[in-house]
Structure formats: C-alpha cells, structure tokens
Design a protein around this ligand. Structure first.
Ligand code: ZN
Ligand code: ZN
Length: 88
C-alpha cells in the first residue's frame, strides 16, 4: 500500500499493536521490519554557490561610492576605454 503522507509505495501494513498501545495508527514496513518512517527527501540541498572570487580593482574614474567602480582587474583597461573615453 502507499503511504498517503510521503507517497512511497511499500510493503506496509497498519500497525495494530501500536494502535492498541497508543490509539494512533502508523504504518509498519514489513520489508524493513520496522515502523515506516516517512522520508523527507524534499530537503533542498542548498546549491553550492561557486562564486569565483576574481580580484577586483577600483576604477579611478568611477564614482568611488558606487559598487560599479569595482572592476575586475582584467577588464579595467577595457572599462576605462569604453566608459571613460575622452576623460583622459
Ligand atoms: Zn510515509
Ligand atoms: Zn570606471
């Protein structure tokens, strides 16, 4: 039968002994020979944020208060050429 809580189809029977003891119903997993525990597989594994830390330099021409003033080192030359062309 299928556990209606977790949706797993297993070799389950209602645990009558447990019901007599506690008044509650639970499923007993015959193949595992232990009470069925609902699996919580939906725990989302936090995706590893692979943020490559590229070395950044501050553009001397940009507003120093803005985050955009921080440019990747390799892109600084190009940035100055494109963004600040004519300021030299
Ligand atoms: Zn279950
Ligand atoms: Zn700049």
């Amino acid at each position: 039968m299928i556990c209606k809580i977790c949706g797993i189809d297993g070799n389950f029977v209602w645990d009558q002994q447990h019901n007599e003891n506690t008044g509650k119903w639970r499923l007993y997993d015959l193949s595992m020979e232990r009470p069925h525990e609902c699996s919580h597989e939906k725990t989302e594994e936090s995706s590893l944020e692979t943020t490559m830390q590229t070395p950044r330099v501050k553009c001397p021409k940009c507003d120093p208060l803005k985050d955009s003033a921080w440019i990747e080192r390799e892109k600084l030359q190009e940035h100055i050429k494109t963004a600040h062309f004519g300021f030299w």
